[in-house]
Ligand binder design. Structure first.
Ligand code: SF4
Length: 485
């Protein structure tokens, strides 16, 4: 018989209900209102009450029965050792485009784990294929009012989906999306586009079918398949060309216009990579419908540009009344108090992937133009570890950075965006740490959030206390192997 998993408390938030109850790391949560807790979904559902009875076992074996009266949605302030409060579910597919199959050998074991767990959809925004969800899972999501669920559709052609996911149940699994639609559960979708497979007419047919899930399906992103140079023995997939990208964009824009006319939403969105590959202008902010798929690299460039523009605008208008009303942080000078011209300009270097380099260069030029005391060097790093076709910053390794930055004048600081690092740690994909890289290059490294305000502040040498909080959610541009099941 399967032994019940113990829910051991890892941290107790200061000032929380749990702290008031004298709960501590190492305590075990046994039940809530007399019910065992299967996983994190159960936990969140069960604690959404005004009156709770918790049974907790202390490390010495003593059991505490605790009664709590609280506001309905108040959290208890507990984090458990296992964030999911259950075993992580691995995927039951063998997708022809799987990024994990294209990882080189010898990386740390956890990177090879293929998760496809609907609970991670709610916790971290992961996309799931629905292929290993039971009917009970579907009903639990509906009953618990959990949303949005993020679904990797890839195609709405059931037969093609079976082939792409290499799973004979993958076509049938689409019916679970019908169930979410009938129950009014909010969804987001994604399509990893593979050349000659689910593009062209197949893509058109998929968009048409997916639009039938409006308004509950809020958005669908289309991202190009990521191809590393480690594809020996895998399904032959070709990279998209500039012309292909233009064709994909033409199709998506045509559907956006139609759906906007009919439903008031653009619904289908092209990932930023398509525009950069096609060498076409990034759309205006309005067409991103509130940036619903930012973590999927949809609209990041537009939002970043907007943020830089706004921040530079603030710099330009020292008497901005809004700014004057904001409380000043002790020791944090306002922009209007920028350092006046010193003899030596401050030189900083930003290293990023080849994809984002031109965008950051453009921002750097704008900053330099406005703040002559600053010099910003942007270096696009080639991804030799995964192959040159991988151009996103999130998949750069410490080794590639070290090799390509060694011997260069990097100035006062090297700025790196947080998506290059593992959640919560300053460690690159190849296990090199930021400190090791800093030692090798003999330059201080600052890890920067991927938004325009943080970028500008880091370039100016400000706001270090506001840089990454190191949580797993809310960051932009997650590494593709995490979000492309
Ligand atoms: S792409 Fe995702 S769902 Fe497909 S095999 Fe890889 S991990 Fe599994």
């Amino acid at each position: 018989m399967k032994k019940e998993r113990e829910h051991v408390i890892k941290t107790v938030e200061p000032g929380s209900i749990a702290e008031e109850l004298e709960l501590a790391p190492g305590d075990v949560l046994v039940s809530v209102n007399g019910q065992p807790v299967r996983d994190v979904l159960d936990y969140h559902y069960l604690i959404n009450e005004e009156y709770l009875e918790l049974l907790v076992r202390k490390p010495d074996g003593e059991e505490w029965e605790l009664e709590i009266e609280k506001e309905y949605e108040d959290d208890l302030g507990i984090e458990f050792e296992n964030g999911l409060m259950d075993d992580y579910r691995s995927c039951s597919n063998k997708c022809i485009f799987c990024f994990i199959d294209q990882l080189p050998e010898g990386m740390r074991d956890t990177l090879y784990f293929k998760d496809d767990d609907s609970r991670l959809s709610f916790l971290q925004g992961n996309y799931v294929t629905l292929t290993n969800m039971s009917d009970e899972d579907v009903e639990r999501i509906i009953t618990y009012h959990l949303e949005p669920i993020n679904i990797s559709f890839h195609t709405m052609n059931p037969e093609l989906r079976c082939r792409m996911l290499h799973n004979r149940f993958a076509g049938e699994a689409l019916k679970k999306a019908d169930r979410f639609f009938e129950a009014g559960v909010a969804m987001n979708g994604q399509i990893v586009l593979c050349k000659g497979i689910n593009d062209g007419r197949e893509l058109e047919a998929s968009i048409e079918k997916l639009s039938g899930y409006l308004p509950y399906l809020q958005s669908v992103s289309v991202v190009p398949v990521g191809l590393t140079s480690h594809r020996e023995g895998l399904y032959p997939l070709e990279p998209f060309t500039k012309e292909d990208a233009r064709g994909v964009l033409e199709l998506i824009h045509r559907w956006q216009e139609k759906l906007y006319r009919e439903h008031g939403t653009h619904f289908i969105h092209a990932g930023d990579e398509w525009y950069l590959l096609a060498e076409q202008e990034i759309p205006e902010a309005e067409s991103y419908d509130g940036y619903l798929q930012l973590e999927n690299g949809v609209g990041m460039v537009r939002l970043f540009r907007e943020e830089i523009r706004e921040e530079l605008e603030k710099l330009r208008t020292p008497e901005n009344p809004k700014k004057q009303n904001e409380p000043e942080k002790a020791g944090t000078p306002e922009y209007r108090n920028m350092p006046q011209a010193s003899k030596e300009p401050r030189l900083v270097t930003i290293a990023t992937g080849k994809l984002a380099a031109p965008i950051l260069r453009e921002a750097a030029e704008q900053i330099e133009e406005q703040v002559p005391e600053i010099r910003v060097q942007v270096i696009g790093i080639e991804n030799r570890f995964f192959g040159e076709r991988i151009t996103v910053a999130g998949l750069l390794t410490g080794q590639d950075l070290k090799e390509q930055l060694s011997g260069r004048n990097l100035g006062e600081e090297l700025l790196l965006t947080e998506n290059m690092f593992r959640d919560g740690e300053d460690v690159f994909l190849d296990d090199m740490t930021a400190a090791e890289l800093s030692g090798a290059l003999q330059v201080p490294i600052t890890i920067v959030k991927s938004d325009g305000k943080a970028f500008l502040e880091a370039v100016l040498g400000r706001g270090k206390d506001e840089q990454p909080e190191r949580t797993g959610t809310g960051r932009r541009g997650k590494q593709p192997y995490e979000h492309r099941p």
